[in-house]
Write a protein that binds this ligand. Structure first.
Ligand code: FCB
Length: 442
């Protein structure tokens, strides 16, 4: 690492987040693979191998050709921020060979966002990998850190200082649990040793990417998008269920937060995985915590099931389950924001929150209730710098394919026509009010 980069890494003092000129970000989130289309990567192979339900991603919703239209839709919904991710496989389809046109396409999107008054919130890694990655530089090897740093360098240089808000990694814990312990998503491993190495290298990759970001975009804020949930005992008073719920919370929500707060982690993931490690540069590499919050899981102890626990969603709030069966618990947003703030002591940004609701019957109240939870927690003094709704568009929902409809805007996948759902107007009005209250530009 060059002395200049090292210095940049150690002195994040010039970072001002929330941004003084835009203290509250109100917007939408998408990710490259779920919307762009025709992106050959590890997920494409995963789908071809029959490991997903609900169809292949294929052309997705065509955003690679329609990003400008999508940005204009977000602006019309009153957003002042737009979260998207950069496709590593498009940018580096062969190891070490970067595609200048792909990089230029993302730079054009950033220009368009700026012209529309939308703050770009850029994620460098959102689940997918180039086809060569797991074979040549897997997360279990330190070579992955160099590979990711090099991709990050090319990406941030191409996007330039116009971007001042990054999340290097989206949900590294979900990738870890699903990809290295559960075997459900690429690379499909169930191996405690691989998981330990992968976590070490993912966190090292975050630190390296933060250095690249700070080198190319001085003053930019660097975060991690962390999936957080509520965990509850299925049988309210059952001691084992209660113990499981509190352990799940400590590990799933708290493990990554503790690593970023202290540079150390020591996690026991039932039944066999102990992930222990240390990375001193981690705390200073983070300017904000991005929180992705969706729902609450109930846990019930059970012998002979993986992790000794059954997980399930129940409708305990009486609001009904979403189309993909998730419980709606708006007060949980306040709870996880308090938890993240107490653990790390840095500003927060809600980087995802939303629901699958094809009929749009629940989205308006979901939005209003979650925004009320966010305002309540902010009034308590928890520093929440913004809210980004998942998602602007209906999109490819990973293992569930084309089933769930998360969009404020509905997409007809034959014509790719976009049509705002009625709740999009509720989103606009809520944003107008919040931005006025928080003194932010629309
Ligand atoms: C999050 C993912 C995002 C989307 C939502 C529903 O965990 O980051 O890509 O799939 O869930």
């Amino acid at each position: 690492m060059s002395p200049l980069r090292r210095r940049a890494l150690e002195t994040p003092a010039s970072v001002l987040f929330p941004f003084p000129d835009r203290p509250f970000l109100w917007g939408v989130a998408v990710s490259h693979y779920q919307v762009e289309g025709d992106d050959a990567c590890d997920w494409t192979a995963w789908e071809a191998a029959g490991r997903t339900r609900g169809g292949a991603c294929g052309p997705a919703v065509g955003s690679w050709a329609r990003y400008e239209e999508d940005a204009a839709l977000a602006a019309a919904l009153g957003a002042n921020a737009f979260r998207f991710s950069v496709s590593w496989s498009r940018v580096e389809p062969r190891r070490g060979r970067f595609d200048g046109e792909a990089l230029a396409r993302y730079a054009r999107l950033v220009d368009r966002l700026a012209a529309l008054g939308l703050e770009p919130v850029v994620t460098l890694h959102h689940y997918t990998h180039p086809p060569w990655f797991h074979g040549e530089t897997p997360w279990t090897s330190p070579a992955s850190v160099d590979a990711f740093a090099r991709f990050a360098r090319e990406a941030v240089r191409a996007l330039g200082p116009a971007v001042r808000c990054f999340t290097a990694l989206n949900e590294p814990f979900v990738l870890l649990l699903g990809g290295f312990l559960g075997g459900e998503i690429p690379p499909g491993l169930s191996d405690a040793r691989a998981a330990r190495l992968a976590l070490d290298n993912l966190l090292a990759a975050h630190v390296a990417a933060a250095a690249e970001i700070r080198g190319a975009c001085p003053g930019a804020a660097v975060g991690v998008a962390h999936n957080m949930m509520l965990f509850a005992p299925d049988r309210g008073r059952h001691p084992l269920d209660r113990a499981l719920a509190s352990r799940a919370r400590r590990v799933y929500n708290g493990g990554l937060l503790e690593a970023f707060a202290t540079g150390r982690w020591d996690l026991w993931i039932p039944p066999f995985a102990r992930l222990k490690g240390r990375r001193d540069g981690l705390p200073s590499s983070l300017d904000f915590v991005g929180v992705n919050y969706y729902s609450r899981l109930h846990l019930r102890a059970g012998l002979g099931v993986p992790g000794l626990a059954r997980f399930g969603y129940r409708d305990r709030t009486g609001r009904g389950l979403t189309d993909n069966g998730w419980e709606v618990v708006p007060e949980g947003l306040a709870e996880v924001l308090r938890e993240a703030s107490a653990a790390v002591g840095k500003p927060l940004l809600v980087t995802e929150n939303g629901l699958a609701d094809g009929s749009d019957a629940r989205r308006a109240s979901f939005l209003a209730d979650h925004v009320a939870a966010l305002s309540a927690v902010h009034a308590e003094g928890v520093p929440v710098a913004g809210y980004l709704h998942w998602s602007l568009l209906d999109n490819y929902e990973w293992l569930d394919g084309w089933g769930p409809k998360f969009g404020l805007v509905e997409v007809d996948r034959t014509t790719m026509a976009r049509r705002p759902r009625p709740s999009a107007e509720v989103f606009r009005r809520l944003g107008e009010r919040l931005l006025a209250e928080r003194g932010s530009k629309g």
